[in-house]
Design a protein around this ligand. Structure first.
Ligand SMILES: [Zn+2]
Ligand SMILES: [Zn+2]
Ligand SMILES: [Zn+2]
Length: 1009
C-alpha cells in the first residue's frame, strides 16, 4: 500500500505542473521500414543491383581468403535452351550448399560451368542453316555452333543470377573455351598414356537418324512394338552326337528374336551350359528348346499332335540333355548358305528377353519385369548387333559382322534385302521366312527398347570402328606427378603409393573408389557400383563435328594410327592458342613434329582423325580442367550434386577421368536430387501443360518463392510443383516475413550496444525464448551440415509460427507496447528480440537470400560495431554453451497448461461469456507439482494466458490435472492497456487507467522530461 501512497503523491505533484499525456501516444507502436508486403519481383532486382555494385561475391572471397576451402564443383548445364524448373532447382540447391558452407566459415567459391559441345547444338544449328550447311566448311559450322552456345549460356547466366545465385558469373568455365578444349585433348592423351585407349569394332548404340554412336547416357527406354519371331535353324552336325535317340532325324534348333532384321547377321546360337534342353517331335521334324519353355513354345507355335477332339497333346520328347552338349555343334542359317555356331553362355535366360542388351540403368533394372515367358532358351547371336552377342562371339572367334550402314540400310552383300532400311525390312523378313517355311510363329511384342535421347527414334546396336576406353585393361602406373607438365600446386590431397602405382583396371579402381565416397542418399553408392559392374568399355568417339577432335593421325599409306601422348600434348598446345578449330584449319603436318615419319612404312603423309570425343568425356574432364587450374579451387571437390541421370553421365565420366589422372575419385561427397514433377508426380512437359516455367514464377511472385520451394520438401525425392503448391510456399513465406517484421518493428529505438540487458538480468520468458532459439540454432546448423535443407526450413518455420508468433510474441506484446520504452523489462525483451531477428536472418540467408538480407538491413544499427554490408558476409549464430534444459521443461509444462486455458477461453467466447481474452478472469485449481509450478509463476500467469486476472487454487486431494474455470474479469477496462482492473480510477491525473499503467505513464513522462 505504500507504493500506492507514493504514486498518489507523485500524481499530485505533477498535476499542478504539466498537462497529462495523450494516452494513445504513450503506446510503443512497432515501427520499421521492413514492409509487410514483400514486393519481391521488384525488390529482388534492386537488391541484385546493390550486390553487384557492392561486388558482394568478391567481398565474400576477400573475407574468407584465409579460411579452409570448401569446393562444390558445378556440373555444367547444357548451353542450348533456356532454363526450366529442373535447372533452376539444381542451381538453387547448389547455392544453398555454397552459401551455407560460407556461413559455416569456409571459403566456398562457386565457379559455374557450361557444357557447350555436342549433338543437340549441332542439330539445332543444322536445322537453322538448312541447305546452306551442305557447302559449309567444318570450321564455319563450328563457329555457328559456338555462337549458338554463347547466346544460350548468356541467357542462362542472366536467369541463374536472377535467382540470387552468387558466383563467378563473369568468368564461368566453358567446355568450348580454348583452355578447356586443350585440357580435354591432353586428358585423352593421359588415357592413352596409361594404356586404357584402343580402337576397335564393337557394337554401340547407334542412331540411324542422327547417324552417330550414342553413349549409354544418351539412350532412353520407351515402350516399343517389335515383331517377335520363332525361327527354326536346321542342325547340320550329326544329331546322334547329342543323343542316340536323335540319330537320322531332321533336327532344328528354335530361336526367338524381336529384331528379325538382325537375322541376316546371325552367326551363332547361344544356349546356357547348365539348363536342361529337350528334343521333341513335331510331325517328322525334331525341335530343340529349353525344357522349361517347352510348354509355352509348343502352345505358341502350335507344335505336337492333336487329339481327335482337336485338343493339343504335349509333344513327345525324344531326348533331354544339358546345353553343354550342344557346344560347338553347327546349324545352317535359316535361309543363308552359312553356318551358325552353337555356343554356351551364362547370359542366356529363360523367359526374359532373348535380345536383352546390357541395361545400365539401375532404376530400369529395379523395375519389375513384366515380360511373360518368351523365347526358347536358344539365343540368336549376331556379334555385330548386340553386346552379349559381341562378347560371346569374340570368345568363339566369330567375325564381328555388321552388314548395316550408318543410315541403317543393309549393305550390298546382304542377300534378298540389300539396300533396305532395317526397321522397314523387319516385316519383309518375316514374310520371307514364312514363305520359306522356317517361321513357326510371329506376333507383335511390346517391350522397353532403347531410343535416342535427341530425336526419340529407336536406336540399333551396330558394330563400327570406334575409339574405346577399356574398363578391364590394367592401366599403366601413374607417371611421376611432377613430370607430366601439370601444375599440381593446387592439388592438396596426398595419396598413398599403394593406390597410385598399382596397375589396376578402371573398373577395379572405380569399384574401390566408390567405397570411399560419401553418397547422399546412401543408395547412390550401390547404384554407382551396379553401374560399374556392368559397364561395357566406354565408346568415346562420335562421328560429328562440334566437339574436341580426337587428336590421332593415320598414315596415308599404311593406315597406321598414331596416338602418342607427346604428340597429343603438342596438338593441345595449339588448341590452347587457337581452340580445337585448329584441327580443321591446320594441315596434319602442321600439327605433327617436323618431318614425322610412319614407323611402319616410313611414309610422311598423314590424315587426321575425323571423329570427335564424346561430350561426356568433355564434361568429365571438368575436374581437371577447372578444379586443378583455378587457384581459388582445388582437386578433389568436396561435393558434386546433380540429378539421378548423372550416374550414367557426369558422375560416371568424372570418376573415370579422376582415376586416369590421379587414381582417385574427383569428389568426396555425391548428392543426388530428384526430378521436378507436377502435383500428381507426373513429369513436366510444356505440351502437357503442367510445366512451371521459372521465369513466370519470378515475374509473379519472386525468385525467393522458388528458392523457398526448393527448401520446402526433401530434394532427395522427386520435387512436386504446381500453382497450388507454390501458393502454399508463398503462405509460408508470408509467415516467416511477418515474424521478422514483428521483431524488427519492436526493435525500434533499441541500440544493441547501449540497451542490451545482461542474460542474468533478463526476464525469465525472454531467457526461455533464447533457450528455444539455441535449440533451433543447433538443429539448423546440423541440418545444413547434412545438406538437409527441408529440415532447416521446417525447423525455422515451426520456430517462427509456433514458438514465436503463437507463444512468445503473443505474451510479450503487452510489455512491448505499454511499458515505458526504456523500461528494463522491455529492454530485456528487446535484447531477446534482437538476438532472434539477427539469428533468423543469418540462418535463413542461404535459403531466403534476398529477404534475409533485407532483415539484416533493417536490424537496428549498433553504434560501436559496424554491421557487415550484407547478411551473406556473416556466419551462422552459435548456440549458447549450456542449454537451460530445466527452464525449457518448466515452460513446456506451462505452455501445456496454457493450451488448456486457451481452449477454455475459446469456449467462453463461443458462449458469449467474454469477448476478448482480457475480459476474463481465470480460476485454475491444481494439485501437487502442477500447483507448485502455478504458484511459482502466479504473477506472470495473467500475461502468459493474456487475461486480466488469474487465481491459482489448490485442488482437493486426489484430483487429477488442472481444473480451469473462466469468469468475467473484475473491475473496469483500462483505457490504455485494455486489461481489466478493480483499481482503474485510482489516479486522478489518469483516471481511466489501471494501476500498471499509472507508473508506466509516470516513467514515460520522466523519459520525455
Ligand atoms: Zn537420334
Ligand atoms: Zn605407314
Ligand atoms: Zn493499463
Amino acid at each position: 500500500m505504500t507504493l500506492d501512497l507514493g504514486l498518489l503523491t507523485l500524481d499530485y505533484l505533477r498535476m499542478s505542473t504539466e498537462t497529462p499525456l495523450d494516452l494513445k501516444k504513450t503506446i510503443n507502436l512497432p515501427k520499421t521500414a521492413f514492409s509487410q508486403k514483400a514486393n519481391l519481383a521488384q525488390s529482388e532486382v534492386a537488391r541484385l543491383k546493390k550486390w553487384s555494385e557492392l561486388r558482394l561475391y568478391e567481398m565474400i572471397r576477400q573475407d574468407r581468403s584465409c579460411a579452409e576451402k570448401f569446393v562444390l564443383h558445378d556440373g555444367p548445364p547444357y548451353a542450348n535452351a533456356d532454363i526450366h524448373l529442373g535447372t533452376a532447382m539444381n542451381k538453387i540447391l547448389k547455392d544453398f550448399i555454397v552459401k551455407s558452407r560460407t556461413m559455416m566459415g569456409y571459403d566456398a567459391p562457386y565457379v559455374p560451368g557450361y557444357d557447350c559441345h555436342g549433338l543437340p547444338i549441332e542439330l539445332y544449328v543444322e536445322r537453322k542453316l538448312g541447305p546452306k550447311k551442305a557447302n559449309m566448311p567444318a570450321v564455319s559450322f563450328r563457329r555457328a555452333c559456338r555462337e549458338h552456345a554463347s547466346e544460350a549460356l548468356k541467357r542462362q547466366t542472366r536467369d541463374f543470377q536472377r535467382l540470387g545465385i552468387l558466383g563467378e558469373w563473369d568468368n564461368p568455365y566453358l567446355t568450348m573455351s580454348n583452355h578447356y578444349e586443350a585440357e580435354t585433348a591432353r586428358l585423352f592423351g593421359r588415357f592413352v598414356e596409361r594404356g586404357y585407349v584402343y580402337k576397335g569394332a564393337r557394337p554401340v548404340y547407334w542412331c540411324i537418324h542422327d547417324q552417330t554412336a550414342l553413349a549409354e547416357a544418351e539412350v532412353e527406354y520407351h515402350q516399343h512394338t517389335s515383331p517377335s519371331v520363332y525361327v527354326k535353324f536346321p542342325l547340320s552336325s550329326d544329331p546322334a552326337l547329342i543323343d542316340p535317340a536323335l540319330a537320322g532325324r531332321k533336327v532344328f534348333v528354335l530361336i526367338w528374336t524381336t529384331t528379325p532384321w538382325t537375322l541376316p547377321a546371325n552367326l551363332g546360337i547361344a544356349v546356357h551350359p547348365d539348363f536342361e534342353y529337350v528334343a521333341f517331335e513335331h510331325g517328322d521334324e525334331v525341335y530343340i528348346v529349353a525344357s522349361e519353355l517347352l510348354e509355352s513354345v509348343a502352345a505358341k507355335c502350335d507344335l505336337g499332335e492333336r487329339e481327335s477332339s482337336g485338343d493339343r497333346v504335349a509333344p513327345r520328347v525324344l531326348a533331354r540333355f544339358h546345353g553343354l552338349k550342344l557346344e560347338r555343334l553347327e546349324c545352317r542359317h535359316a535361309w543363308l548358305d552359312r553356318a551358325s555356331l552353337l555356343m554356351v553362355g551364362e547370359h542366356v535366360t529363360l523367359g526374359g528377353e532373348a535380345d536383352a542388351e546390357v541395361e545400365l540403368d539401375v532404376r530400369e533394372a529395379r523395375e519389375k519385369r513384366v515380360t511373360g515367358k518368351a523365347g526358347t532358351g536358344c539365343v540368336h547371336t549376331a556379334p555385330g548387333h548386340g553386346h552379349d552377342d559381341f562378347v560371346i562371339g569374340k570368345r568363339y572367334g566369330l567375325e564381328i559382322y555388321c552388314p548395316v550402314d550408318k543410315s541403317g540400310h543393309f549393305t550390298p552383300d546382304v542377300a534378298y534385302f540389300a539396300g533396305q532400311s532395317v526397321f522397314e525390312a523387319n516385316s519383309r523378313i518375316v514374310e520371307f521366312m514364312r514363305d520359306r517355311g522356317v517361321l513357326l510363329f510371329t506376333e507383335n511384342y511390346e517391350h522397353r527398347y532403347p531410343h535416342c535421347w535427341r530425336c526419340k527414334n529407336p536406336v540399333i546396336f551396330r558394330a563400327t570402328p570406334q575409339w574405346f576406353i577399356s574398363m578391364d585393361r590394367a592401366g599403366g602406373p601413374v607417371v611421376e606427378r611432377d613430370e607430366d607438365g601439370r601444375d599440381r600446386t593446387n592439388f592438396t590431397e596426398n595419396f598413398s603409393d599403394a593406390t597410385s602405382t598399382s596397375p589396376v583396371s578402371l573398373r577395379e579402381a572405380a569399384l574401390r573408389e566408390i567405397e570411399h565416397v560419401q553418397w547422399f542418399p546412401s543408395w547412390g553408392g550401390e547404384r554407382m557400383r551396379n553401374m560399374f559392374k556392368g559397364r561395357p568399355d566406354w565408346c568415346v568417339s562420335r562421328q560429328r563435328v562440334w566437339g574436341v577432335s580426337i587428336p590421332v593421325f593415320y598414315c596415308a599409306k599404311c593406315n597406321e594410327a598414331v596416338a602418342d601422348p607427346q604428340i597429343i600434348n603438342n596438338v593441345a598446345d595449339v588448341f590452347e592458342l587457337e581452340s580445337a578449330d585448329a584441327w580443321y584449319t591446320r594441315e596434319a603436318r602442321e600439327l605433327l613434329p617436323e618431318g614425322f615419319k610412319c614407323k611402319k612404312c616410313d611414309a610422311d603423309e598423314w590424315i587426321k582423325e575425323t571423329d570427335i570425343l564424346d561430350v561426356w568425356f568433355d564434361s568429365g574432364a571438368s575436374s581437371i580442367a577447372v578444379l586443378e587450374h583455378r587457384p581459388e579451387l582445388r582437386w578433389p571437390a568436396d561435393v558434386y550434386i546433380e540429378g539421378g541421370d548423372q550416374f550414367r553421365g557426369w558422375f560416371n565420366s568424372s570418376l573415370m577421368v579422376g582415376l586416369a589422372v590421379h587414381c582417385r575419385a574427383p569428389f568426396k561427397t555425391v548428392l543426388t536430387h530428384g526430378w521436378t514433377v507436377d502435383a500428381q508426380g507426373k513429369a513436366m512437359h510444356k505440351s502437357a501443360g503442367n510445366a512451371v516455367p521459372p521465369d513466370e514464377v519470378i515475374r509473379e511472385s519472386g525468385a525467393e518463392i522458388l528458392r523457398l520451394w526448393c527448401a520446402s520438401s526433401n530434394y532427395f525425392d522427386d520435387m512436386r510443383c504446381s500453382a497450388e503448391i507454390l501458393q502454399r510456399v508463398t503462405d509460408g513465406y508470408r509467415k516467416l516475413r511477418n515474424t521478422a517484421r514483428f521483431a524488427l518493428g519492436n526493435l525500434h529505438g533499441f541500440d544493441p550496444a547501449r540497451d542490451s540487458v545482461k542474460k542474468e538480468d533478463m526476464q525469465e520468458i525472454d531467457r526461455w525464448a533464447l533457450a528455444e532459439l539455441d535449440a533451433v540454432i543447433e538443429e539448423v546448423r546440423e541440418a545444413y551440415k547434412a545438406y538437409e535443407f527441408h529440415t532447416v526450413y521446417h525447423t525455422l518455420y515451426d520456430f517462427s509460427t509456433v514458438t514465436l508468433s503463437a507463444r512468445y510474441f503473443d505474451i510479450i506484446k503487452d510489455r512491448l507496447y505499454t511499458f515505458a520504452s526504456r523500461n528494463p523489462a522491455r529492454r530485456s525483451t528487446q535484447t531477446a528480440l534482437y538476438r532472434i531477428a539477427d539469428s533468423l536472418a543469418l540462418m535463413l540467408a542461404p535459403i531466403l537470400a534476398f529477404t534475409a538480407d533485407e532483415i539484416w538491413e533493417n536490424l537496428p544499427a549498433d553504434e560501436t560495431q559496424q554491421r557487415a554490408a550484407s547478411v551473406h558476409l556473416g556466419t551462422f549464430p552459435e548456440a549458447n554453451q549450456q542449454t537451460d534444459t530445466s527452464l525449457l521443461s518448466e515452460w513446456d509444462r506451462l505452455f501445456e497448461i496454457r493450451e488448456d486455458v486457451l481452449r477454455a477461453l475459446e469456449e467462453s467466447r463461443t458462449a458469449k461469456l467474454i469477448g476478448s481474452s482480457l475480459e476474463a478472469r481465470v480460476e485454475i485449481s491444481a494439485a501437487g507439482g502442477a500447483y507448485e509450478l502455478l504458484e511459482r509463476y502466479k504473477n506472470q500467469l495473467r500475461y502468459i494466458f493474456i487475461v486480466s486476472q488469474v487465481d491459482v487454487l489448490p485442488s482437493e486431494e486426489g484430483a487429477s490435472g488442472a481444473v480451469i474455470k473462466i469468469h468475467c474479469a473484475a473491475g473496469e477496462k483500462c483505457e490504455r492497456c485494455w486489461n481489466y482492473s478493480t483499481r482503474v480510477g485510482e489516479s486522478s491525473r489518469y483516471p481511466t487507467v489501471c494501476e500498471r499503467c499509472v507508473p508506466a505513464l509516470d516513467e514515460i513522462e520522466r523519459e520525455a522530461g
